[in-house]
Design a protein around this ligand. Sequence first.
Ligand SMILES: C[S@@+](CC[C@H](N)C(=O)[O-])C[C@H]1O[C@@H](n2cnc3c(N)ncnc32)[C@H](O)[C@@H]1O
Length: 479
Amino acid sequence: MPSKKRRRKEERPKIHPKNKYSDNPPDFALLASLYPSFKPFVFYSREGRPKIDWTDFNATRELTRVLLLHDHGLDWWIPDGQLCPTVPNRSNYIHWIEDLLSSDIIPKTNSNGDNVRGFDIGTGANCIYPLLGASLLGWSFVASDLTDVALEWAERNVKNNQHVSELIEIRKVKCSQNTHTPEVLNNTESACSEEGEGLPSSSFHLPESKDKSYHGPPILVNVVRDGEKFDFCMCNPPFFESIEEAGLNPKTSCGGTHEEMVCPGGEKAFITRIIEDSAVLKQSFRWYTSMVGRKVNLKFLIAKLREVGVTIVKTTEFVQGQTCRWGLAWSFVPPTKKIISPHVTEKNIISFMLEGLQRQFGAIQVLQSVESFFHAVGASCKLNASTFTVDITASTDHCNALLRNEVKHHDEVASCSNVQEASPNLCFRVSVFQQIPGTLLIKGSLQHRDSPLSGLFSSIIQQLEDALRSKFCREKANF
Ligand SMILES: C[S@@+](CC[C@H](N)C(=O)[O-])C[C@H]1O[C@@H](n2cnc3c(N)ncnc32)[C@H](O)[C@@H]1O
């Protein structure tokens, strides 16, 4: 049986190829020589490699300042303790949206000609996404937030950059008493101050809610104005349910206040509200997107998207140093006939680890289970017990049967009738590799990447992963 010591490097998501830093990571020595204010934060390893102390907020803020200045011509600052963005990471999200907009999964319905208009939900004091989107790609933005400090500094960061200031409108989220609650929500309670407009940041603490749904200020509905149209919205949501959960990553110091990091119900509640708002605003946006911090939430949110009847769901994984983040995108615009755009073709090798295997199960049982998983829907399967592989050929109907009534992932048209229009087969191999006792690596390799069904490949492997996990693995946290 083939054996792999660890997950192959090339299978890990990579920094976006259009990202300025994909081939040229920031050169700390060069930046230190050019910017005296950055110099004190740079030190050298024994091998002579320039480094900074990632646990020092002043160092990470100064790095962001000089990178924005040097590489993007942006004059930028934030006060102590505010969330400090890392420029290469934030650029990945911008380039992913760029890919979505240029793909032909949905028709281009831009009424502004070629001018792209975005909405940044919760822009923060750093206003990073509008600044990057405007300076890199000339996009215009409405950038919302609700705390005084975020609004004041976002405004300053825009005004200090004349070349993009015309492109960015900072919009205050007003917490009025008659906050509209989308119909799809049962919840009618609003946590906004009755005093209305001004929510001093220090007093902005939302009450805990037992049902974990979002009870906060408006997000899109009642912030987007009548008749407004956008090409996309984006959001780096408050990820955590409590400041304790936000914790302190001992390896980095990117700041982040309670208001920036925490929302009752965490990102799950916050993004659920964005989804509910999108079901009200529908085609006012071509694409709705959000960053997601936990894979377990991603599954919940995709199920929610299906509930509200979106036409398309797309996901991606972002490289964020040692941590993973996901991008979730959806639309209500009817898709073009093509299931998958060639611009957004997915990987043809997808793998996952099966950890915590119960003792009585080994690779052979898993292999047999792979075979029966696909056999059950009538797909043709050839199991080879000496190479620990199963070769699968699945028709459109087989793929539909696998995906029907299940949570779908990645490039995918939600409507089954669209899927049925494509007739060719999806051919792929599933290999099982022993890693260490109790852990297997399962690898799916697509044989013909140009098959019109190839966009369903990742969803099918995700289904397989879920099935194998629930059959063979002990309960384990999914994050
Ligand atoms: C994690 S921070 C993201 C800041 C910035 N976009 C970034 O990526 O660094 C989340 C931001 O969302 C803001 N926020 C929270 N609830 C909001 C709402 N209902 N509408 C707009 N912004 C909100 C917070 O004040 C905070 O600035």
